[in-house]
Design a protein around this ligand. Structure first.
Ligand SMILES: [Zn+2]
Length: 258
């Protein structure tokens, strides 16, 4: 599942291709918006908000999308022929570029003035200009009995971290994903570390938290169940965590993380 760093980079690429240019074609392949036509309007901005993408168009219209599990965007020269596919959910094109959104989990067109309906619930954005670690820590602390591994993924607490970043943040701080939030001594340091990890990864594809780009060495614990901890050699453990239906895989070192 794409995390905040991927969404940030996607937003920047969409911004470069679309912002300041007039749309010559729009094709929203979602029944509710089948008649929506944005041609003739200029795109003013493409921005990430946590894992959500907002494309703002002249006239107070926002196209809100979310990649969810399998979504992706491809940007091609306008003259290229793009193979038709049932996986395409959205096409936005100008004279120079066409941006094609595949398998997007959310596609909606809404008044820019009402963006809060779509993203207003989100906590401080790890890669946003208004990132606020104190506020993120405050929101986490509000539910002290909740397991920290679960709380970090709740986008209402902080926006942008998914399973990989949350898992790696906890390893680097020596905190078990099962520890209750109220027993994590320095929540602010934890979320600040998360911000640095996302920021360091936002310009590239893939996630590296160890500083080593070699295949199989990119992470400390994520995806390494049964293999020795890079610090102490103890086998890394794996389990599911979260409420029924929303479980996510957790990886941790039982010796380094308490
Ligand atoms: Zn260890």
């Amino acid at each position: 599942m794409p995390e905040g760093d991927t969404v940030w980079l996607t937003a920047r690429r969409l911004h470069e291709a679309l912002a300041g240019r007039v749309l010559t074609r729009s094709d929203v392949r979602v029944p509710r918006y089948a008649t929506t036509n944005l041609a003739g309007r200029a795109v003013t901005e493409a921005a990430a908000r946590g894992k959500h993408l907002l494309i703002r168009v002249d006239g107070g219209v926002t196209v809100h999308t979310h990649l969810r599990m399998d979504g992706s965007w491809r940007i091609r020269p306008a003259r290229d022929r793009v193979a038709n596919s049932h996986r395409i959910r959205l096409v936005l094109a100008n004279d120079t570029w066409q941006a094609v959104g595949y398998q997007l989990g959310i596609v909606e067109v809404l008044p820019t003035a009402r963006e809060a309906r779509a993203v207003g619930h989100l906590g401080p954005d790890l890669l946003g200009p208004d990132w606020d670690p104190a506020e993120a820590a405050r929101r986490l602390r509000a539910a002290p009995a909740r397991a920290i591994g679960e709380a970090l993924l709740d986008q209402r607490n902080l926006a942008g971290a998914g399973s990989i970043f949350a898992t790696e943040m906890l390893f680097l701080r020596g905190v078990s994903p099962w520890r209750p939030v109220g027993e994590v001594s320095d929540l602010r340091a934890l979320v600040e570390l998360g911000q640095r990890l996302l920021d360091a990864n936002k310009e590239r594809a893939g996630i590296i938290t160890t500083g080593v780009a070699r295949r199989g060495e990119e992470t400390w614990v994520y995806g390494r169940a049964g293999r020795p901890c890079r610090r102490c050699g103890t086998p890394i453990r794996r389990a599911e965590q979260g409420t029924a239906g929303e479980e996510r895989l957790r990886f941790w070192c039982p010796a380094c993380q308490r």
